[in-house]
Ligand binder design. Structure first.
Ligand SMILES: *[C@@H]1O[C@H](CO)[C@@H](O)[C@H](O)[C@H]1NC(C)=O
Ligand SMILES: *[C@@H]1O[C@H](CO)[C@@H](O)[C@H](O)[C@H]1NC(C)=O
Length: 338
């Protein structure tokens, strides 16, 4: 997925919220990624991360903060802020603000602040975007290419020498110091089907499973609704609302109550088929790095289709279906869960 698609996704979300009737004077949005390998940029190993606080700070010419705002990333790592009135947005930065927050294992460190960029003006509304923000785990994940060897670790000074440097664009109050995470992360219990009401509304993100994730796999919606394979539901759970996962455009089409599980059961018209195959493709994208679509492109294409004609809906549904069907050498890699 390239940047223009990510950008488009953000724009769609913003436009959707504008059309909703709430008038915003400026909006800022972007995506937070877990930089699993701590390499400082977004790579194939990184995924959009949920529940990370992002602070937007706007500065005056003297570098003093005029105002700041905080927002938390959603299930697609996306965050969006609306600012009313006519704030001076000429010198604003966004940064992952609190480290070690929430249930994420990827909250031990934060990447650099990014300056916001004006995307377009829409009547009296300004729409800004931000390059990817990074949140980092305490240690690179074991499957990261350059750090996979537990032997001689790259030598990094514990306390880098203090070099007088130009002041950072803005300084946030230091994040609360966290206890270092235990060396062994217990795996959260697998989701239960049928979903029990005791599931936390927001399950914590389990670590990226290295082996299955790097194997090609394409599973059908039947596979995903088979209780034997419930443990493969990793980043989303069957109870989650379609409107939350796929965004407002999907919410308007399918209603705000329908869950992913119900979406997987849909059949009949092109829209239900699209939802079923799109949800399946999303689950497949989380299950295998080699699936033809990643999570953001599934959501983007779904939104595009829903904004287009019925023909576009059918076309996208068929493309998802083809990917979900796999091929002679890409099949469903599920084995029954314990
Ligand atoms: C997945 O579902 C297909 C039918 O849609 C079935 O043929 C296949 O055996 C299933 N795979 C697994 C691993 O259960
Ligand atoms: C998968 O199958 C196609 C033909 O069906 C073949 O061209 C390709 O080399 C195969 N890929 C792998 C990884 O085996």
């Amino acid at each position: 997925m390239d940047w223009s698609q990510r950008l488009l996704f953000s724009v769609l979300l913003i436009l959707a919220s504008l059309i909703d009737g709430t008038r915003a004077d400026a909006s800022v949005s972007g995506t937070v990624f877990c930089d699993q390998c701590k390499d400082g940029h977004v790579t194939l190993f990184d995924y959009p991360i949920y529940g990370v606080k992002v602070t937007l700070a706007c500065l005056d010419p003297n570098g003093q903060i005029i105002f700041s705002r905080e927002e938390t990333s959603n299930w697609f790592g996306h965050y969006a802020m609306r600012l009313e009135g006519t704030p001076d947005m000429s010198n604003c930065y966004a940064q992952v603000s609190t480290s070690g927050q929430g249930p994420n294992r990827c909250g031990a460190g934060a990447g650099p602040a990014q300056k916001i960029r004006l995307l377009f003006r829409f009547f009296d509304t300004e729409v800004y975007t931000v390059d990817a923000l990074l949140s980092e785990p305490a240690e690179p994940m074991s499957f990261c290419p350059r750090f996979s060897n537990p032997g001689p670790a790259p030598i990094t000074p514990v306390n880098p020498p203090v070099i007088p440097s130009p002041p950072p664009p803005f300084s946030l109050p230091p994040p609360p110091r966290l206890p270092t995470p235990p060396p062994e992360f217990p795996l959260p219990p697998p989701f239960r089907l049928p979903p029990s009401p005791r599931l936390p509304p927001v399950p914590s993100l389990p670590p990226m499973p290295p082996m299955p994730f790097l194997r090609p796999s394409a599973c059908s919606h039947q596979n995903w609704t088979n209780p034997e394979y419930r443990c493969y539901w990793r980043y989303v759970n069957p109870d989650m609302k379609v409107a939350v996962v796929f965004g407002l455009v999907a919410g308007r089409r399918y209603g705000t109550d329908i869950t992913l599980w119900e979406g997987l059961m849909g059949r009949g018209d092109p829209y239900r088929t699209l939802l079923r195959e799109g949800t399946t493709a999303l689950l497949n994208s989380y299950n295998s790095l080699l699936f033809p679509y990643n999570a953001i492109s599934v959501v983007t294409q779904m939104n595009w289709a829903l904004l287009g004609s019925q023909r576009a809906v059918l076309h996208t549904a068929l493309r998802f279906m083809r990917a979900n069907f796999g091929s002679s050498n890409v099949t469903c890699n599920f084995t029954p869960c314990k």
